[in-house]
Write a protein of this length. Structure first.
Length: 402
């Protein structure tokens, strides 16, 4: 109540043209497509991974209340936000994090890479890595392959590609994909044969947006896009709007370089998207693809760029409910559906592109939560999220398996 009244006085301050201070999450009413378009094309920091009709949560920093008021948006207060700037500075812990702590703590970029390097050092035959490209800021990007090596004369291995952290602030996706890596290795090394890794290889891109992820630790916790310099002091392309399938169509992305859903100057203009594209095209027989996001607890399938049904509608209507059941089995409720129909149109997404080219099960999965904590999911929820992600992914492996 106290916080609410403070916020009301902040509103009053803004109304009297004085600077509003502090950071807040507010819920903007989105009754129609016109409002949604205005919001997604604005420079406001929308906090939903895929903005949609109904309502959208927005993070506002000092002085930004005036943008909402000037845009004549209707909104209500949700909660105060911790200042997302210089997050790392304020959260530095004295002790160094151990590899096993990935179930209890968020890992920064170097720790995530160290985690996979540690797996590779332990199992150099089963875990290998491949350089897939270089980011805008010049960082090497990696994919890790987990699976038995190809043997001469053997059947072609089925390849599953998954990626995390394409949206930098969706930290739980990085934690979850580390757990998938660990469990796949366990499946291969367990004394009892684990059917889900039979004749399959899992390719993991732990950080699909390393520049953005580093930026969320050092500078701004709620950063989403990559770190492309768009000129005029404006940065970032939404990598999940930069793929070629449906690029720029149906209002599912923005031409405003300052928007959270800025699509870039051309399909595959961004090296990070090109890197994942090249990986998928290089693995051999593609069996499936998952791009992890947060937050909404939704299993999304193509198309995202149009409400038209995908050619393999029956397949998606068969697979997605099975993933939903597996991910919901420990008590967290997930739902499923075609992205453009149950959320809103998002054009130029990675899973639309993989499905377009390979016609295999390709999903975008939104992890916890449904808005209470949003991107800043508390560390005590990492463990449980990892468990439900693994149950879903294991089910996926058995469904798409050869
Ligand atoms: Zn996302």
């Amino acid at each position: 109540m106290l916080r609410k009244s403070l916020f009301i006085s902040a509103l009053a301050l803004a109304g009297s043209a004085m600077a509003q201070e502090g950071w807040y999450q507010v819920r903007v009413s989105v009754p129609d497509q016109q409002t949604l378009t205005r919001l997604t094309n604005s420079s406001l920091d929308t906090m939903d991974c895929v903005p949609h009709l109904g309502s959208a949560d927005v993070a506002i920093g000092p002085g930004e209340l005036s943008k909402l008021l000037a845009g004549r948006f209707q909104f209500t207060y949700v909660r105060p936000l911790e200042d997302p700037r210089n997050w790392e500075e304020r959260h530095k812990s004295g002790s160094s994090i151990q590899v096993d702590d990935y179930r209890l703590h968020y890992f920064d970029a170097d720790q995530i890479l160290a985690f996979f390097e540690n797996l590779r050092a332990q199992y150099p035959i089963l875990v290998t890595r491949k350089p897939i490209g270089t980011t805008v800021n010049g960082e090497q990007m990696w994919a890790y392959r987990i699976g038995r090596p190809l043997q001469q004369g053997s059947l072609p291995i089925n390849n599953i590609v998954i990626e995390g952290l394409i949206h930098a602030r969706e930290w739980i996706t990085g934690a979850s994909i580390m757990h998938i890596g660990k469990m796949c290795v366990d499946g291969l090394t367990s004394p009892q044969p684990q059917a889900f890794m039979q004749n399959q290889a899992v390719w993991i891109v732990p950080m699909a947006n390393p520049d953005g992820y580093r930026y969320t630790w050092t500078t701004y916790r709620l950063w989403r896009k990559n770190r492309k310099n768009n000129g005029g002091g404006i940065y970032g392309v939404d990598l999940n709007r930069n793929y070629s399938t449906g690029w720029g169509q149906n209002g599912g992305s923005s031409t405003n370089p300052d928007s959270e859903t800025y699509r870039g100057t051309a399909p595959f203009s961004e090296p990070e998207a090109v890197a994942v594209q090249g990986l998928v095209n290089s693995v051999g027989r593609v069996g499936g693809f998952i791009d992890y996001h947060s937050y909404a607890q939704l299993i999304l399938w193509p198309w995202s760029y149009t409400t038209t049904r995908p050619p393999d509608l029956a397949m998606f209507q068969n697979v997605a409910p099975q993933l939903e059941t597996a991910m919901s089995s420990t008590g967290t409720n997930y739902d499923q559906g075609q992205c453009a129909r149950i959320l809103y149109i998002a054009s130029g997404t990675s899973n639309d592109w993989v499905y377009d080219i390979y016609r295999k099960p390709a999903f975008g999965i939104e992890l916890r939560d449904t808005g209470q904590f949003g991107f800043e999911l508390p560390e005590n929820q990492i463990f449980g999220t990892q468990d439900e992600v693994w149950l879903g992914f294991k089910k996926f492996l058995t469904i798409v398996g050869p």
